[in-house]
Design a protein around this ligand. Structure first.
Ligand SMILES: NC(=O)c1ccc[n+]([C@@H]2O[C@H](COP(=O)([O-])OP(=O)(O)OC[C@H]3O[C@@H](n4cnc5c(N)ncnc54)[C@H](O)[C@@H]3O)[C@@H](O)[C@H]2O)c1
Length: 314
């Protein structure tokens, strides 16, 4: 056991904003999430992507949906077209890991509508790879979760830079890409890469004169979707949020201009996430072993840190 005490790093005692409080911004006045503008969503055939497509369509945006799941995509396309009109929906079977398919998606969207206001990089897979097993899975997961995002950025961002109207890029990361819990090293690494890539994108966009595009890192909490349901017909566990709840929270924070959109769920509130993130950073600063949160010698120290931290914040 280390002789060092609990981490001196403490999150601010005032939480950034209560989880249940939506921003005061007038939803109807937001220039990007606005009727008549265009949203492109990858991984839109199910889960969070589908919920985002439905919500943005409801708000009056034209929607381009892309996914490898052609059947799921076609069901959603029909649903959206019958509710909002065929001319407002573009459905494109697309494998984001294939650059030529992403280029085709880009060309169709710009031919049809001439702009993109919301670019949502959401497609991902969660197949397993440990640190020294499952190399094929590592390659597949990086192809989709990292290179899928890069393919979309490299294809769409150069066009978005020339648009006069404001637009946003929302990349879907994960808490697993920040706190790195043991279990699926490949997924964690892919999402850590998405975090790094999106932070870089935000900086590059803001440094470029005259550019009206911002980047946002969307970090969902535990959301009940195809990725997290453990069996067909499974019922949402009480701790998880629905995809709709997660998407509404995300859109609210995009409207507020937040870069890091850290979403809670019914099990983990924001303050818990904040403390966990600071503990992870503390491993480096204080010289603790990697992933000390899961190290038996640090178990009680971590528990004490969480208890004290939450008491200070409450
Ligand atoms: N559900 C959660 O608790 C949770 C938590 C953190 C992050 N996320 C992230 O949220 C995003 C959405 O996941 P979800 O939970 O809705 O899962 P999901 O499996 O329901 O949706 C993912 C979608 O991506 C599609 N997809 C997979 N590979 C693709 C490819 N190569 N090209 C195009 N589409 C592809 C799938 O067909 C599917 O429709 C993912 O980036 C995921 O990593 C989810």
């Amino acid at each position: 056991m280390s002789s060092r005490g609990p981490s001196p790093l403490r999150p601010p005692t005032t939480p950034f904003r209560p989880n249940d409080q939506m921003s005061p911004i007038d939803r109807d006045l937001h220039p990007v999430i606005h009727k008549g503008r265009v949203a492109v969503i990858t991984g839109a055939a199910s889960g969070i992507g589908r919920a985002a497509a439905r919500e943005l369509a409801k708000l009056g945006l034209k929607i381009a949906i892309a996914d490898v799941d052609e059947a799921g995509l076609s069901v959603l396309a029909k649903e959206l077209a019958s509710a909002y009109g065929e001319s407002n929906v573009l459905s494109m079977p697309t494998d984001v890991s294939k650059l030529e398919e992403v280029v085709r998606l880009h060309d169709r969207v710009y031919e049809a509508w001439g702009e993109v206001a919301v670019l949502m990089n959401n497609a991902a897979i969660g197949i397993r790879g440990t640190s020294f097993e499952g190399l094929d899975n590592w390659k597949s997961i990086m192809d989709v979760n990292l290179f899928g995002v890069l393919n979309v950025q490299h294809t769409f961002v150069p066009s978005m830079l020339h648009q006069e109207n404001q637009s946003v890029i929302i990349n879907t990361g994960s808490k697993q890409g920040i706190t790195n819990p043991p279990g699926n090293a490949a997924y964690n690494a892919s999402k850590a890469a998405v975090k790094s890539l999106t932070e870089g994108l935000a900086h590059e966009l803001r440094e470029r004169p005259g550019v009206n595009v911002t980047a946002h890192l969307f970090i969902p909490g535990w959301t009940f979707t195809g990725m997290t349901a453990n069996a067909p017909g499974a019922v949402k566990p009480p701790g998880a949020w629905t995809p709709e709840e997660t998407v509404l929270f995300m859109l609210d924070r995009v409207r507020s201009g937040d870069f890091y959109i850290l979403v809670p769920d019914n099990e983990t509130r924001r303050e818990v996430d904040q403390l966990r993130i600071l503990w992870g950073a503390g491993d480096i600063v204080e010289g603790r072993p990697a992933l000390s949160r899961w190290h038996p010698n640090y178990k009680s120290l971590f528990e004490e840190y969480m208890k004290e931290g939450l008491a200070q914040m409450d």
